[in-house]
Design a protein around this ligand. Structure first.
Ligand code: ZN
Length: 281
């Protein structure tokens, strides 16, 4: 009978070193009352996950991004922007499952970065991203790499024109792997840009061979130091929903971009602990 009680206590404290002598010493007058402390003492033995409260709204509670922000080292400082559904936040997730809300969102502080453009049209970015681009292109230039900016912010209406142009050319199925529907494009946030390289032929623009150009290699190696990630990587097509785009950079802030690199995570979806978004729902 006493042994039965000992077994019950042992289950509650799997790592106990209490020898059998202690169990046998005091004969228990009431088995019910001695059993009660076990469950109430049990929770501390089950160590809670380090991240119990999600800090970044919309991301999984145990996602890597939560651990980064729990460390207290990440930007943005404004807690109102710690929300992946906020289109004004550099943390916003935009993919085929997550359109901008509202779909016609327009950023407030668009500005033209003082860098070389490759497309001949005026390029706009959110001020924070524009400043980061200027610093990044300057650093690349001092390494002998001349990056150009081909495309930045696109409004809902511009994206509709771009997307419809692709459909007219290639049909909807192919277009959906290469161009976002209006309201579903990162370019509409003002935090995304497409790059070119002055040293290579223009046939490499917006094609996979951009990855092998000096600019493509440089941003892959150093983009995170300025807060940028290559958003649509080779091998991540089923996660991001897009063919590889080594020219498309997304500003996430230095801490996030570097943390993704450190952890060897190649898609923002995975970093947020969220499901893949291969197609529209
Ligand atoms: Zn792009």
């Amino acid at each position: 009978m006493v042994l039965t009680g000992a077994v019950a206590l042992g289950e509650g404290f799997p790592r106990t070193t209490t020898p059998s002598s202690q169990v046998l010493a005091p004969p228990s007058p009431s088995p019910v009352s001695t059993a009660r402390p076990t469950p109430s003492n049990a929770p501390p033995a089950l160590a809670p996950e380090p991240t119990a409260t999600p800090l970044i709204l919309g991301a999984d509670a145990n996602a890597p991004i939560q651990k980064l922000f729990a460390s207290g080292t990440a930007a943005p400082a404004d807690r109102g922007l710690w929300d992946i559904a906020s289109p004004a936040s550099p943390l916003v997730l935009v993919n085929k499952h997550h359109p901008l809300v509202p779909t016609t969102f327009e950023p407030a502080d668009l500005t033209t970065p003082n860098v070389m453009t490759g497309g001949g049209e005026a390029v706009l970015l959110r001020t924070e991203a524009a400043t980061a681009v200027e610093r990044m292109f300057e650093a690349a230039s001092s390494d002998g790499v001349q990056i150009t900016i081909m495309s930045g912010y696109r409004s809902y209406d511009t994206q509709a024109t771009v997307y419809n142009g692709y459909i007219a050319q290639n049909g909807q199925d192919i277009s959906d792997t290469t161009s976002a529907r209006p309201g579903f494009s990162e370019h509409q946030t003002g935090f995304a840009l497409d790059i070119g390289d002055t040293s290579v032929r223009s046939s490499c623009e917006f094609t996979i061979c951009m990855a092998e150009t000096p600019a493509g290699r440089w941003v892959a190696a150093h983009g995170a130091e300025y807060g940028f990630v290559i958003r649509y990587r080779l091998g991540q097509e089923s996660v991001t929903g897009y063919s590889a785009e080594p020219w498309h950079l997304r500003f996430l802030g230095i801490a996030v971009a570097q943390d993704m690199n450190r952890r060897g995570i190649f898609s923002y979806e995975t970093y947020l602990g969220l499901p893949s978004a291969p197609g529209y729902e």
